[in-house]
Design a protein around this ligand. Structure first.
Ligand SMILES: [Zn+2]
Length: 247
């Protein structure tokens, strides 16, 4: 069985950054997993929520709906603090992610790049760093060895990708993105991806801008291959599972 694991920071990242690829992967019989590190309680758009807890609850439901639309096999929202991932305990977050990599055993992982993707959000940057460490450490004996005493085994994921769009948001500072080598044509799945984004109703003030940006750029999703096993020369790809062996 082929398995793809996507690591994000906020509910709605799964749709905006990875929605088309998640859908396409499902159509190709790949199991898809999304781990979102925070319930998004620091968002400026609060959907009428009276407290951080209420907003978290609302956004967890929106995330579940978005995952349903994107046909995600299993989506999970962890409970790290939105807007503060740069203050989270590095080993605590990477430990949680490493355990899930060892459980899910994906062949391919995808996340943001350390620049924080097109918004440059520091939580996205931190998600990149945590997910990158978990990608490498899930396969190392001396990293979180206690996990290995409880029935889990080492897991070496074969490829790690960073999302790497070829456009910026009009109202944000530009960022330096990793050069893309994988171009995933998502075609009309863009409509479903936007529908998934719009299931995050608490974020409705963003819809018009997101719709415009994605209609202009969105019939493809671009990725940068950041790490691979076994070693290889970088080449242009149209499929994140190219060269992957099923385990
Ligand atoms: Zn985000």
């Amino acid at each position: 069985m082929r398995r793809l694991l996507v690591v994000t920071a906020h509910p709605d990242d799964e749709a905006g950054g990875f929605g088309g690829t998640l859908l396409l992967s499902h159509e190709r019989g790949i199991e898809t997993y999304v781990i979102c590190l925070t319930p998004g309680q620091a968002a400026s758009n609060r959907g009428g929520a009276k407290s951080d807890e209420e907003l978290s609850e609302m956004r967890r439901k929106e995330f579940a709906r978005s995952c349903e639309i994107l046909k995600v096999t299993h989506g999970e929202v962890l409970n790290f603090r939105d807007g503060a991932l740069d203050q989270a305990n590095f080993l605590a977050v990477v430990g949680e992610l490493t355990r899930r990599v060892r459980e899910i055993q994906p062949q391919v992982m995808a996340t943001f790049g350390p620049e924080g993707a097109i918004t440059g959000h520091p939580d996205h940057s931190m998600a990149a760093l945590f997910a990158t460490a978990a990608f490498h450490w899930a396969g190392r004996q001396k990293r979180f060895p206690d996990q290995l005493k409880n029935g889990l085994s080492l897991h070496r994921t074969q490829k790690l990708y960073y999302t790497s769009p070829d456009f910026f948001m009009d109202d944000r500072e530009p960022v330096s993105l990793p050069p893309w080598n994988a171009r995933i044509a998502i075609g009309k799945r863009l409509d479903t991806k936007l529908a998934a984004f719009k299931s995050h109703t608490s974020q409705s003030p963003l819809f018009e801008r997101v719709d415009k940006t994605f209609r202009r750029h969105g019939e493809q999703e671009l990725f940068h291959l950041a790490a691979a096993f076994p070693p290889r020369q970088m080449k242009v790809e149209e499929d994140l599972f190219e060269g992957v062996t099923e385990t």
